[in-house]
Design a protein around this ligand. Structure first.
Ligand SMILES: [Zn+2]
Length: 190
């Protein structure tokens, strides 16, 4: 929610603009209407010789816990480019063969998390500024109790399930954060 108009600097009012059905920040001085929309988080599952690359977070939220490289998509970027950029920024990892893997709606926090699956290009990785360390984990050594986010956990669970089955799908998931992590999983449309 904004308090002042980014266009003219006057205070904005919260009201439903004409022809709309939701409250917005509206500037009566210049007519600016502030729309807030969900944000996209892009990340990657990165495999190298059967192991998966994780980063230990240096920053809040969930500092000290493990995650897949992921972060907010930037303007002017494609989703696969965002996943590749986050992989580089957080884990100094170059990725190849990126394929769309999970799309996770989290309406309660106004976010959509999208993960690609990919392969590490050359085996090299190192912590970026937002990571304390990076490491490759086999399926049996994934630190499940120290995984930072539900969307990461779900993505990893689907990854290992699909890999065992020998076929990777695309998974559209709905995450309800405030209901104790319960979720509904829908298979992709044929
Ligand atoms: Zn204004």
């Amino acid at each position: 929610m904004i308090l002042f108009c980014p266009q003219c600097g006057q205070p904005v009012r919260q009201r439903i603009p004409a022809g709309d059905n939701r409250q917005r920040g509206v500037c009566d001085a210049c007519g600016y209407i502030h729309y807030e929309n969900p944000r996209l988080v892009l990340g990657a599952v990165i495999e190298w010789q059967g192991e998966i690359l994780l980063c230990r977070r240096a920053i809040e939220p969930r500092a000290g816990l493990w995650t897949l490289p992921a972060g907010f998509m930037e303007n002017g970027e494609s989703t696969d480019a965002a996943a590749a950029r986050e992989s580089w920024e957080e884990a100094r990892a170059r990725i190849d063969q990126a394929q769309l893997f999970t799309l996770i709606d989290i309406p309660e926090i106004n976010q959509v998390h999208v993960f690609y699956r990919s392969f590490l290009r050359d085996g090299r990785h190192a912590p970026g500024e937002e990571s304390l360390e990076t490491a490759l984990f086999s399926e049996t050594r994934i630190p499940w109790p120290q995984i930072a986010f539900q969307s990461v956990r779900l993505t990893l669970e689907h990854y290992f399930k699909d890999r065992r089955a020998g076929v990777f799908g695309q998974h559209r998931l709905l995450l309800r954060q405030r209901t104790a992590g319960r979720l509904a999983s829908r298979p992709p449309r044929p």
